[in-house]
Design a binder for this molecule. Sequence first.
Ligand SMILES: [Zn+2]
Length: 373
Amino acid sequence: MFGLRSFTIGRFFGIPLEVNSSWFLVFFLVAFTLSTSYLPAALPDQSSTMHVFIALVMTAAFFASIVIHEFAHSLVARAGGLKISRITLFIFGGVSQMDDEPKSPGLEFLMAAAGPGMSLVLSGIGFGALAFLRGAGAGQVLIIPVEYLTFINLSVAIFNMLPGFPLDGGRVLRSILWAITHDMLKATRWASRMGQLLGYGLIAIAVIGVLNGSLDLIWFAVMGWFLSTLAGAAYQQQLLKVRLSEVTLASIMSSPVVTVPSDATLEEMAHSYFLGGRHSRYPVVAEGRVVGVIGLQALREVPREQWAATSAGDVAHTDLASVVATPAVTVDRILPQLEPSGAGAVLIVDDGRLSGIVTRADVIRLVSSLDHQ
Ligand SMILES: [Zn+2]
């Protein structure tokens, strides 16, 4: 995210929690503002050391609330059968990273509402604690931080429920539109437009605020810009996914495929295939059946003097499960295998026989042709 490193700091309910480097900046900013401006005004009797100490505790509790909000989303999503890869804290708060999108509007509704629902519960607990502390005659030093956290959680709930995709409220809106129209793409388009509008609205509030001297509102402009950009991108991404889900591998695969017999030696491969051919990866075939995949890196792993005595079958990558698909599979399903770090190609096998190959380049070409339609 933003090209900055992330660190995993723990694992809760089996879900890794990581922080992006950009988050340290916002942690520092919140703690700094609290200790140098908010707390000195709210608790003038305390020392500045005490202000720093309380500010750090409040900031930690603030981000703990954000994490609890994200876990509410993630645990509901997981209960609904979605896989959660991790939860990340970054400069604009928290995000639950899912491998899959919800398959039904009902699950999307519950999942999206769970986060703000949890923030409301936390703020409710805060109001309860405040009533108790006031009743017990507790000092301001306890009341002020609890009051702050109560309102923070209330604001988190309200902000996230703004009905613009990809905010939680926008997802709730999308799930409702999706349930009514039975058209996920149309629902995403409307909810994203609302997201863009809300983003512009926040920027307008910031401009008016700053012109009237409220510099704090500049944060609204940052959030608004972020929201309108994300809303536009989220719709484009959804649109592409839907379009790719309508294209089968059979329609874009290269066929026939240049294959390597499993008894070809690496010496032969180096000259006839890797030097002479255009490809860096070939299926290895024995008796008409695909038995593996061999890539250029096999030549690097075997010493030069052993090339003549080593066959393609000996060193081929034979774990085919991750690189094989049937012709009827749609393009959206194979995107993970085409990541630069992965295999970079998918073999299309029909009834045990190799009928084609789809590479990363084929999909990039398809995406750019869709863009021009
Ligand atoms: Zn949320």
